[in-house]
Write a protein that binds this ligand. Structure first.
Ligand SMILES: *[C@@H]1O[C@H](CO)[C@@H](O)[C@H](O)[C@H]1NC(C)=O
Ligand SMILES: *[C@@H]1O[C@H](CO)[C@@H](O)[C@H](O)[C@H]1NC(C)=O
Ligand SMILES: *[C@@H]1O[C@H](CO)[C@@H](O)[C@H](O)[C@H]1NC(C)=O
Ligand SMILES: *[C@@H]1O[C@H](CO)[C@@H](O)[C@H](O)[C@H]1NC(C)=O
Ligand SMILES: *[C@@H]1O[C@H](CO)[C@@H](O)[C@H](O)[C@H]1NC(C)=O
Ligand SMILES: *[C@@H]1O[C@H](CO)[C@@H](O)[C@H](O)[C@H]1NC(C)=O
Ligand SMILES: *[C@@H]1O[C@H](CO)[C@@H](O)[C@H](O)[C@H]1NC(C)=O
Ligand SMILES: *[C@@H]1O[C@H](CO)[C@@H](O)[C@H](O)[C@H]1NC(C)=O
Ligand SMILES: [Zn+2]
Length: 898
């Protein structure tokens, strides 16, 4: 299957190197003129290997998780040593010392969030020393994101923000010598194609990866295709191509060669008088490691990673032993050995590959999902910690709006600190143990705290910005409601009147259904030009009212349709009106509210608008069919909830792998899928602005299937939890859609919310997969959407998610999403806690939305993109209790800033 690229790598990379060389040369001249030592930081500073030898590039590195078993702060300072002996400040202190001792030593550093903290605490002299090390290429920044982001469950805009912030700090501090040239994604659990495209667009020359599917890796090792050119995008062409290398041993040192104090392995004992003298054995073994590795790689250049999690807190221990290892291994050259070890960096290794002038195979799919063993599919984390995954998305979207308003209002430097706080919190949240849900509980709580504080700071910025943009004479005090997801808002539910400002960050007009929690009553909504806006008042579903922790007087929801200008805001005045007011206000009520008993036998319940029609079974309230009234496409469709039982085991071998924060492993001994049958209780609500069916499934699952009057999509608003565990069974909860569509084996999922990737059931395009986990191996990350196509009917069914979730199509015509998980044992991949999230003493309740579109294949693409953008960058709402509302409102009006 591997087609080989006919043009050589050097031709492909020429453009990048060309640019890189020019840039570095310019810097060199500039620096020379200032009288400083020559800047050797670029590719020019690379050690050259020896011709005719196997040149082994030794990469001294440390992997610093931006939170995992400990919080970011705990890792930085090294507190809570009882959990993990890990203090990043000591790593940077001691690495600088060790580098200064010997010019040949090199070190790479990756996580800017940590580096930046450390940098701010150093004095001038240390700054000078570090500048020198960076200029001489001895300390090299690699990748340079604020954190090493996860690739499966992150949104592309957050990945870009994460890099933008880290790279900006490096550039501001070190100039061109601080600019990373290579991506370094050594620990993330699988790799997305969009990440490759982003790296290429960032101007990186290549990327190195640690974790790919074991079967894929075995195949590549046998075929010497560990290194390749990855086509990051169909549409961007070569601009998105990226040289990509798979590291030989994830990111760890070869077995028995971890010289760190944390590892406790044998140092090189080189006094021949000692009985423990081990140089000959150590050298023989290392040479064997190298020889083994030559069988897996295409050139005479090899890369070996010497480092691990939080290594180098006493860097000298590592460097001293590596110095000796190099000395004794290289001494064998006098006796005919062709192995040459030296300190290098990933970019220098890349340069050597470039000079080797060979052809590389091409890849154009992705490295997801990741399996490290026959029963160890890292597909559970796609859905782990669904509340945090949603919160992260809210925060990322709000960050974009905050930056936008800050820039448009020209708030100047005084707000930069506030914006930075959310930038950094969102950057940290992209870390591969943050948004993934694979951190300890107290660390997850800390991530949520950072996001909440960052959001709070940015709310101040947004309020300032809106005040400035609306040119009010005295600033209005704005408030925000962060818990609209559970219909809780202290402003709208308590005040007789409220003015709300909606900010639309998209560059086009958006019609948005605003839904606000209120007390029962009649309300009027006034928009621009004192126009009266139609309102609907709907009682809240009773399951919502009893969510643990909800503190709200609201029993109803007020809905109206707001029209928002491109990159601008609109203002609406909401007023409680007395029943005696003119009749026109009474239209804001539910027109019809019926329960199952109100329907005649065998009469379908129909929910529809002019675009879509949904039919439900009268007896059970179950969805039966969906029709696109414009295209006349109609499908039979049902939706149900079910669960998988999480496997349990002591993880001592593959067969005993448990499902946990990382791993999904449904126990299929009695059929995988366990349907959660609805008891058939439902309710239909029809109003002027929408129609809905409210399904009660069981005491801990309910759903509202809602169709707004002008929408071309259907919302499935599910509420799941607390997942019961009284039966001692860990569960993964699934929402499954089964249709009559002829979809074959194919479905598509997005890559970080941007491009789509075709998936084929029980199949991988670059290796022959042995299916050992029928469900977990067919799960893929869905950041934004998943769809199936009936090519005979030329229709596409797309489901958009409101956060990252695992998704699959396990049978023809079917798609499913894993919405929630609660598991009782640990999967033994380090976190050492079962994924059993509780809040207020109970399992978490999660609310979310699936948006479903049925359309012709040609038209649907544009439609889901617009809907997806409008959902991701949904308007920010500011609330205020206005007193002299009419004049204030006039001042605000509707305004487009663009
Ligand atoms: C990088 O830093 C230089 C020097 O401070 C500055 O002129 C340039 O605009 C920065 N580049 C970016 C992309 O921020
Ligand atoms: C090298 O490979 C052989 C064959 O797979 C294996 O037995 C041996 O343990 C390997 N040696 C090292 C040092 O990894
Ligand atoms: C090279 O070979 C000679 C003769 O066998 C031996 O004495 C010497 O120790 C070897 N040198 C190294 C570095 O192995
Ligand atoms: C690279 O290899 C090609 C043949 O594959 C050869 O034509 C070309 O001259 C080589 N380039 C360099 C710089 O060695
Ligand atoms: C799967 O479930 C069966 C039946 O409850 C049980 O006997 C078995 O141990 C479970 N296997 C795993 C790996 O959890
Ligand atoms: C379903 O269960 C709910 C809650 O126990 C109950 O109120 C309702 O009457 C039941 N509906 C049917 C049709 O059994
Ligand atoms: C597939 O994997 C299982 C479990 O590791 C193994 O027992 C079986 O032999 C493999 N089958 C093939 C065809 O490789
Ligand atoms: C509502 O949003 C908050 C903040 O993001 C989150 O903590 C909470 O879990 C959400 N509640 C539900 C029921 O989804
Ligand atoms: Zn990590």
């Amino acid at each position: 299957m591997n087609k080989c690229l006919l043009i050589a790598l050097w031709i492909f990379l020429l453009q990048y190197f060309h640019v890189g060389n020019c840039v570095v040369a310019a810097q060199w001249r500039k620096v020379k003129r200032r009288g400083d030592p020559p800047a050797m930081c670029g590719y020019d500073s690379c050690p050259s290997g020896k011709p005719g030898m196997v040149n082994v590039h030794i990469i001294a590195h440390t992997h610093n998780d931006v939170g995992w078993l400990k919080t970011v702060d705990q890792y930085y300072y090294g507190s809570r040593g009882n959990i993990q002996i890990a203090g990043v400040q000591y790593i940077l202190d001691s690495v600088v010392d060790a580098l200064m001792e010997d010019e040949s030593r090199r070190f790479i550093y990756v996580e800017t969030a940590f580096f930046w903290r450390w940098w701010l605490q150093q004095d001038d002299q240390m700054h000078h020393t570090v500048h020198r090390l960076v200029k001489e290429g001895r300390l090299e920044f690699i990748s340079g994101g604020w954190s090493m982001n996860d690739e499966a469950v992150t949104h592309y805009s957050s990945i870009i923000d994460n890099f933008a912030w880290g790279l900006r700090k490096l550039n501001d501090t070190f100039g061109l010598c601080g600019r990373p040239k290579v991506g370094w994604q050594i620990d993330p659990f699988g790799h997305s194609r969009e990440q490759a495209a982003i790296f290429a667009m960032l101007g990186f020359d290549g990327a190195f990866l640690g974790r790919i599917d074991q079967q894929d890796k075995d195949t590549r090792a046998a075929e010497k295709t560990m290194e390749m050119v990855w086509e990051g995008s169909d549409s961007l062409g070569q601009a998105a191509d990226l040289f990509t290398g798979i590291l030989p041993n994830v990111y760890w040192p070869p077995a028995t060669f971890c010289f760190d104090l944390l590892c406790g392995e044998q140092p090189i004992m080189d006094d021949p008088r000692l009985s423990d003298y081990n140089v000959d054995e150590r050298v023989d073994t290392f040479i064997q490691v190298v020889q083994n590795q030559t069988k897996m790689y295409a050139t005479n250049n090899l890369v070996i990673t010497m480092g691990n999690d939080f290594n180098y807190q006493q860097a000298n221990v590592w460097f001293k032993n590596m110095d000796k290892l190099f000395k004794y291994v290289n001494a064998r050259q006098a006796n005919g050995s062709n192995i040459n070890l030296f300190y290098s960096t990933p970019s220098c290794y890349l340069k050597a590959l470039n000079q080797a002038n060979v052809s590389w195979p091409v890849k154009n799919d992705d490295f997801l999902p990741y399996a490290s063993g026959a029963h160890t599919y890292w597909t559970g984390f796609f859905s782990s910690r669904p509340a945090f995954k949603r919160m992260e998305r809210e925060a990322s979207s709000f960050l974009a709006q905050c930056k936008q308003i800050d820039a448009l209002a020209g708030l100047g430097p005084q707000d930069q600190h506030e914006v930075a706080q959310l930038r950094e919190a969102v950057g940290v949240a992209q870390h591969h143990d943050a948004i993934t849900g694979t951190e300890r509980q107290h660390v997850a709580d800390d991530y949520a705290r950072q996001l909440a504080e960052g959001i709070g700071e940015c709310q101040d910025v947004v309020a300032d910005g809106i005040n400035k943009l609306s040119k009010v004479s005295s600033p209005i005090q704005y408030q925000f409601c962060d818990l609209l997801n559970i219909s809780q808002c202290h402003v709208t539910e308590n005040l007789g009147q409220t003015t709300i400002v909606l900010w639309n960050s998209l560059s086009r007009t958006v019609n948005h259904y605003v839904r606000l929690p209120v007390k029962d009553g009649d309300y009027s909504v006034t928009g621009a030009g004192n126009s009266d806006v139609p309102v609907q008042i709907t009682p809240l579903p009773k399951e919502l009212l009893t969510i643990p922790g909800r503190i709200s007087a609201a029993t109803h929801e007020l809905t109206f349709r707001a029209k928002l200008p491109p990159v601008g805001f609109a203002t609406y005045l909401i007023k409680k009106v007395s029943k005696s007011r003119p009749k026109k206000y009474n239209r804001g009520r539910v027109l019809q509210r019926t329960a199952r008993s109100d329907y005649l036998q065998n009469e379908d319940v129909v929910v529809q608008n002019e675009f879509l029609s949904l039919a439900f079974d009268q007896a059970t309230g179950a969805l039966k069919s969906l029709t696109n009234l414009e295209s006349k496409d109609s499908i039979a469709i049902s939706q149900s909830f079910g669960y998988y039982i999480g496997s349990v085991g002591d993880n001592s071998k593959e067969e005993l792998r448990a499902a946990g924060a990382y791993i999904s492993r449904p126990n299929c001994s009695d059929g995988c899928w366990k349907e959660l049958k609805s008891n058939g209780s439902y309710e239909v609500v029809k109003g002027a602005l929408g129609q809905e069916v409210r399904q009660y499934i069981n005491p801990w699952i309910s759903q509202v299937i809602r169709l707004h009057t002008t929408s071309k999509h259907v919302n499935f608003e599910w509420q799941v939890g607390p997942i019961p565990i009284g039966d001692d069974v860990g569960k993964e909860i699934i929402s499954r859609f089964s249709t009559s569509m002829k979809t074959g084996e194919e479905f598509w999922t997005d890559s970080n919310g941007r491009q789509n990737i075709r998936r084929v059931r029980n199949f991988r395009s670059t290796f022959k997969i042995n299916i050992t986990e029928p469900v977990a191996s067919n799960y893929y990350p869905v950041v934004d959407r998943l769809f199936v196509r009936d090519n005979g009917q030329k229709t596409q069914l797309t489901i958009l998610t409101d956060r990252a979730q695992g998704g699959a199509s396990l049978n023809e015509g079917q798609v499913e999403l894993m919405v929630h998980r609660r598991l009782l044992v640990d999967d033994w991949l380090g976190v050492s806690e079962p994924l059993n999230e509780v809040g207020l003493g109970q399992g978490l309740v999660i609310r979310g939305t699936h948006r479903l579109i049925l359309a012709k294949i040609d038209k649907s693409a544009a439609r889901y993109r617009a809907l997806s953008q409008a959902s991701y960058w949904h308007p920010t709402i500011l609330f205020t209790a206005v007193t002299t509302q009419e004049s204030r409102l006039e001042a605000l009006k509707q305004s487009s800033v663009s």
